[in-house]
Design a protein around this ligand. Structure first.
Ligand code: PMT
Length: 402
């Protein structure tokens, strides 16, 4: 999504400046071209060489530089930007921007920039809460500057509160949504992700290897493209993507209840979760003790088939199911498509390297209601998420895969 985009990244002087190095790495990995502008104070924390090595470009430092001034540095930087990001942005920078002070390369570039501007403040929590800072933030927002809320936690100064720079991945997510297509504005998506856990006793459960990576990638991509996204997630170790409404559940029955409560006004459903088909017939209230028996037989009960139930609901929402198979991929997936009344099923073959659970990539076959099939090459789950949204949009508009 960031392929070929020009990002001008301003770095101010704060302890979070070191995180900006990781942000540059993520931007470059996502295909963006990054020009870094450092304030004098930023250079007290990180050296320009770090940013030069990571961006593969010269780093811009001075307002009056004989080489860069051939093209009037700040104007050429402002002109080239598809997006100006300042991370970390200090209270000083916010104050200067509100007051219209342009006395160094970063503030002049920021003022001359017609592209969207995103500030990522990081500072002591008392400074963030100070009424002057609150007023500056509000005014900048009124001027159309995007300001990302700082995270809450332990700050470098020893205080605990709001003021931490958000993780570089969250800044990347927001950047994508500012630069990417907004073709899902007006759509409400329901995405399920991760495994479910079916408890046997307070210590043990039945589950599977899903990590939520695929479903979270779809939720993130849809939010980036402007959709309202409800993500119903089984227990996984990953943060909610920016701008997504996260609903955490544990068991299949909880997922069923939450999905049914949320689905009514959704225009698209992506059922990526690996839902347990069965649960222990009885949940022991105390830890099950082993006796002398050489074996133990577990009685299991069927869980509700959430997707099949969605397929029977009235309405014309788009239903996309997933199938993870170890054999007869096409045959099993086609049967699920029909039985669950889906528009599209995304079939992944768990025996193929780079496909299925846990890994960063996937290799899938798409099978449409009209019988057509499409094999997609191996790609990252993030890329696949966007491809699936492209297909879903087309299906929503034309009702066919062609
Ligand atoms: O989370 P990751 O580690 O990234 O892995 C991604 C994935 C492999 C989990 C994902 O790509 C995937 O394939 N998910 C579906 C897993 C599966 O095998 O589902 P199923 O064949 O059991 O079910 C078919 C469809 O019915 C699925 O859309 C499932 O969400 C749904 N279902 C299944 C059972 C049930 N009781 N209720 C359901 O809604």
């Amino acid at each position: 999504m960031l392929e070929g985009k020009e990002i001008v990244l301003g770095v101010c002087g704060g302890i979070a400046a070191y995180k900006a190095a990781e942000l540059v790495r993520l931007y470059v990995k996502a295909g963006a071209r990054v020009s870094v502008v450092m304030t004098a104070a930023a250079r007290e924390f990180v050296t320009p060489l770090t940013f030069q090595a990571l961006s593969g470009r010269p780093v811009f430092l001075e307002l009056f530089n004989l080489v860069q001034e051939q093209q009037i540095g700040h104007i050429s930087l402002a002109d080239r930007a598809d997006l100006l990001v300042v991370a970390p942005a200090t209270a000083n920078l916010l104050g200067k921007m509100v007051a219209g002070i342009a006395d160094d390369l970063l503030t002049t570039t920021a003022m001359a920039c017609k592209a969207p501007r995103l500030l990522v403040p990081a500072m002591n929590s008392n400074m963030w809460e100070d009424p002057i800072c609150r007023r500056n933030v509000a005014q900048l927002r009124e001027f159309g500057v995007q300001i990302m809320e700082p995270a809450t936690g332990m700050l470098a100064c020893g205080w605990e509160g709001q003021g931490k720079m958000p993780e570089p991945q969250a800044i990347l997510d927001l950047t994508r949504s500012l630069l990417g297509p907004r073709d899902l504005v007006g759509e409400t998506l329901l995405v399920t992700a991760g495994p479910t856990r079916e408890e046997l006793d307070p210590m043990r459960f039945l589950s599977n290897h899903s990590t939520g990576r695929m479903g979270y990638a779809i939720a993130r991509a849809a939010a980036e493209r402007g959709a309202r996204v409800r993500l119903v997630s089984g227990p996984v170790e990953r943060p909610a993507p920016a701008g997504v409404e996260l609903h955490c559940v544990i068991s299949a029955r909880e997922m069923h209840a939450r999905v049914m409560a949320l689905v009514k006004d959704c225009s698209m459903v992506f059922k990526t979760a690996a839902v347990a088909d069965f649960r222990p017939a009885f949940r022991h209230p105390q830890k099950l003790k082993k006796g002398q028996e050489p074996s133990l037989v577990l009685e299991l009960r069927r869980n509700p088939d959430i997707l099949a139930e969605l397929g029977r609901l009235p309405g014309d929402r788009l239903l996309v199911g997933f199938a993870a198979e170890t054999e007869h991929l096409g045959e099993h997936a086609r049967r699920k498509l029909e039985e669950k009344n889906l528009d599209l099923i995304v079939a992944n073959d768990l025996t193929v390297e780079g496909a299925g659970f846990g890994v960063e990539t996937n290799v899938v076959r798409l099978i449409y209601r009209d019988g057509t099939e499409e094999e997609l090459p191996q790609m990252s789950k993030d890329q696949l998420a966007h491809q699936l949204l492209d297909r879903a949009l087309k299906l929503g508009k034309t009702g066919t895969s062609q």
